[in-house]
Design a protein around this ligand. Sequence first.
Ligand code: ADP
Ligand code: MG
Length: 691
Amino acid sequence: MILRDKIISQAQDEGRSYLMEHECKEILERQGLPTTGASAAQSREEAVELSSRIGYPVVLKVLSPEVVHKSDAGGVKLNLKNAAEVERAFAEIEIAFAGTKLAGVAVQKMASPGLEAIIGVSRDPTFGPVIMFGLGGVFVEVLQDVSFRILPVTEKDIEAMLEEIRGYTLLQGYRGTAVDLAALKELLLKVSELVLCHPEIKELDLNPVFLYEDGYTIVDARIFLDEPLSPEAVSSPKKEDSGLRDLFYPESLAVIGASDTPGKLGWNVFDNLLRHGFAGKLYPVNIKAKVVQGVPAVASVHDIEGPVDVAIILVPAAHTVKAFQECCEKGIKYIIIESAGFAETGAAGEDIERELQELAETYNCRFVGPNCSGMINTQHRMVQSIGTVGELRRGNIGLIAQAGVYAAGMLWGMRQIMDFAIVATIGNKADLNETDILEYLGKDDLVEVICMYLEDVKTGRRFIDVAGQVAAKKPVIILKTGRTEAGKKAVSSHTASLAGNDLIYDAAFRQAGVIRARDNEHMFGLVRAFSKQPLPRGDGAMVISYTGSLGVATADALSLGGMKPAELDGPTHRRLKEILPPFVGPQNPVDCTFDLHGKQLREIIEAGLQSDKISSFIAILQAEILETYLDDLKKIDFGGKPLLICVPCKEFTMSEVIAIEQAGFPVYATPEKAVAALSAMYRYASDNLEQ
Ligand code: ADP
Ligand code: MG
């Protein structure tokens, strides 16, 4: 609900974008939020009169549309205990701010000390209004210990944002610092509501709020106004499409610019489609060639008899509009523009993109790109990549990549140890964007794990909603680059200055339940585990190692990841004693020394599988004899419990690693990396599966 507020309207009428403390506090009080108040006094007498009504001690503060940071300039006088002190303070403020336009001097109650907090709202260009919470003083100033959520928020979001700050222990109570968490949560929810109801609020700072064992009081407040954000800025409504299935499973595909000359992109794309055995009709379109790679070609899509589901455009940017228009006239619903030379190169390219958007609008079709590398759907034997792609195994991974060459480059090696269902490159996202594709992959049952490489997100709020829905069904792992704070703008409020772009992305991903990867290796490490192994259903892991020290490192990493080496119950203990050599005590991590061989590994895992306390396994195997384990591993019936493998120096025994990966066990170079993947799976299972 959008409300008109008379204080806000009045400020806007006066051409002000900054609301003074007494104005803000009136708005807050009307929402039922307790503040120290702020009545404006115009004279010493009035200040004294107000003070005696409020009750000493009181605080005096300068009120001016020109003063944002009151105490910096000597505009805050604390702990005034009698009329004489009030008179003196009033005079001092008058002198300090002579020449400044004054709206009066605020008289307010001196609040008893509490735990200082800061609460703020600012606008993010991608996600719209975001709320921030932090503890005051050094926590915010020095440690930048703050957390964010994107509005609107749920109670769960608020709880998570409180728990996220490093100073959370102080909120819970440390040497008498306990605070009223219920009241604090309500305050955060009410502030969110306030901002959503008044979209003119651009920034809001409650700094400080004093938190008490019982309730809180807002000590200072400021608000900055601006034009309301248009809803489209952060959440363009979803355009009509038929669910995108035909984009990924076309029965017929026209390739405009398919070439008969090896080395050209038009050659690569058509060659990929032919070689992978595209499961539908293929139509090469080429103005000159009569035959392309042995397939009869036509000069225009108009010459194709029968319907075409998807067209790929590979002609130079300058010719795309004509080709696009012909596709539209032909009634093609999905068009993929792989050519480059558009918005990424400057204004002329942007103009072409706009023309394409208008055509798509007119003809009610959707398009991918430009500047992308098409789609891959292994199930449909469809490879549209601009680079030559070798054989792909059918798998359950969905990859969405903003950059086309990125996907192609990764695929060259990754296809050995990762099995993709769909790879979608989205390029400049002039029409279909990451959220549209993510929404489709959420619905495609062959895709069980989704990973995304993103440089930015187009419409933040819709992204969070869609990602949240998809992530509840299948894990979504995102690598978002550009983590620096280069995007920070000049802003006036404290909140906005702390709202570095990357912190907001972090908050958005957490809010949506998305797993954020630190880098490429981390992302693919997570994806391999999620795509190959079942989720662990408990926090206890059995660690089997050929070296004690890496066993200990694994145990440490497990604790840091919210898991633990499982306790060995009686039967497991007895069984291990039988299996292990006499010089090894049955404990977890199981340290088998250099003795660890395939049969022993199998017997230990099988013993562990009997125990309810053990929900997952990490095996640290020797690179030198890696080929000796696989037969035994394949014989084990894991009964839904995951095994992740760590092989130190794995990069020097690649063919064995590939064999183990292809058998379905992800292999990591260090215990920490293996545990990072396992604990991410455990967290995902705890958050999303019924226990
Ligand atoms: P500024 O515009 O400089 O942020 P504030 O109103 O926040 O001014 O005042 C500065 C500091 O003075 C606050 O951080 C708080 O510690 C203290 N203070 C201000 N008002 C009160 C009050 N009513 N009761 C107790 N302390 C106050
Ligand atoms: Mg302040």
